[in-house]
Design a protein around this ligand. Structure first.
Ligand SMILES: [Cu+2]
Length: 307
C-alpha cells in the first residue's frame, strides 16, 4: 500500500522557512504574473531555479538518488487521496505552490510563482507561450523509444530531466508529456481547450457556494488541463487554479475570503466529517503541516501575495 509511506513521513521533522513560522502582516504583497506577460529575464530566472531544484538534496529521502524536485512529485502523489475531491483541494494546493515558491527561493530565485492562464489560451492551447523551447517548458512529448510507454519531452530546458517517481513509485524516466489530441469534427480542441473556455469559466464563477465552485473547477478545467500536462508545468497550472479561486473570492471578499465548506477526508481517503477551517494541510515532511484558515486569504494568515 503506497499510503503506508505517510506514517513514516509524518514523523520527519524539518526546518520551517522563517517566513512561514509565524503570522505576518502583509504590507507589500508580491505580484504573481502570467507566464505570457513575464519578461525573458523573469522566465529565465524561473526556469533556472526550477532546474536548480534537481541539484538540491531530497528533504524526504524516501529513496536514494532523489532530489528536492522529486520530493514535490512524491508528496503530491502520496497524499493524492487526501487532497483531491474534497474541500481541501484548493487550500492544500495553495499551500503547496507556496512551498514550491519558497524552494525556488532556496535556489536564489527572487521572483514569485507564475501561472499559465489557460482560459486566455483555450482556443488554441497548443500555441501557448508556456511550450516555448527556450523561454518555456518545451512542447509535447514524442515516442522517442527510450522512455518506456511514455512520450518524452525532447525540447526545451527540461528535456534532460529525469524524474524519479511515477506517482509515488520509484520509476526513473525522462520527463514525459502527452497532450489530449484535438478533433475538428467533434469540436474537441487539443489539450481539451473546449473544457476551459471563458464562457465555461464564467459559469463556474457564478457559483455562490465554495464547494460548488471548488467541485466544478476541480473536475472541469483543472482535470482537463492535467490531461496533457505534467511537472514542472504543474506549478504554473496550479498557480492558475489558485488565481481562479482568488478571483472567485474577490467577487465578494467579505463573504468569500473565509468561505469554506464541504467534506473532509478520513486518513484512508474515504469521505469523513464536514470540513472546517481548522482542518490540517498535510505536507508529509516537505514543510510543516498547515491549517486551512491560514491559507484562505492570499494577503493574510501565512500568505502575502496577489494576482
Ligand atoms: Cu493535485
Amino acid at each position: 500500500m503506497k499510503f503506508l509511506h505517510l506514517t513514516t513521513l509524518a514523523g520527519v521533522a524539518l526546518a520551517v522557512p522563517a517566513e512561514l513560522s509565524s503570522r505576518q502582516t502583509c504590507s507589500s504583497p508580491k505580484l504573481r504574473k502570467s507566464w505570457s506577460k513575464a519578461t525573458a529575464a523573469e522566465k529565465t530566472a524561473y526556469i533556472n531555479a526550477a532546474l536548480c531544484l534537481v541539484t538540491k538534496p531530497s528533504k524526504l529521502r524516501v529513496s536514494t538518488h532523489t532530489s528536492l524536485y522529486d520530493d514535490f512529485s512524491y508528496v503530491h502523489a502520496a497524499l493524492t487521496r487526501q487532497i483531491h475531491s474534497y474541500a481541501v483541494f484548493l487550500p492544500w494546493h495553495r499551500y503547496f505552490v507556496q512551498v514550491y515558491e519558497n524552494a525556488l527561493r532556496e535556489c536564489g530565485y527572487t521572483g514569485t510563482a507564475m501561472y499559465w492562464d489557460w482560459v486566455a489560451d483555450s482556443a488554441a492551447p497548443s500555441r501557448a507561450a508556456v511550450w516555448d523551447p527556450v523561454l518555456g517548458f518545451g512542447g509535447n512529448g514524442v515516442n522517442s523509444g527510450d522512455n518506456g510507454p511514455r512520450k518524452r519531452v525532447t525540447d526545451g530546458p527540461f528535456k534532460n530531466l529525469r524524474p524519479t517517481y511515477w506517482n509515488s513509485d520509484v520509476q526513473p524516466h525522462w520527463l514525459s508529456r502527452d497532450w489530449v489530441p484535438g478533433d475538428a469534427s467533434s469540436g474537441r480542441i487539443e489539450i481539451s481547450g473546449h473544457e476551459y473556455t471563458p464562457a465555461i469559466m464564467a459559469s463556474i464563477n457564478s457559483e455562490t457556494k465554495y464547494d460548488d465552485f471548488r467541485q466544478r473547477l476541480e473536475n472541469g478545467p483543472h482535470a482537463a488541463v492535467h490531461g496533457g500536462v505534467g511537472d514542472p508545468l504543474f506549478f504554473l497550472h496550479h498557480t492558475q487554479v489558485d488565481r481562479l479561486w482568488w478571483l472567485w473570492q474577490q467577487q465578494n471578499p467579505s463573504a468569500r475570503t473565509m468561505a469554506y465548506e464541504g467534506t473532509r477526508p478520513l486518513p484512508d481517503g474515504l469521505a469523513g466529517p464536514p470540513a472546517t477551517l481548522n482542518d490540517p494541510l498535510l505536507m508529509a515532511g516537505l514543510a510543516s503541516d498547515g491549517v486551512v484558515r491560514d491559507y484562505m486569504d492570499v494577503k493574510g494568515g501565512k500568505l502575502c501575495y496577489t494576482y
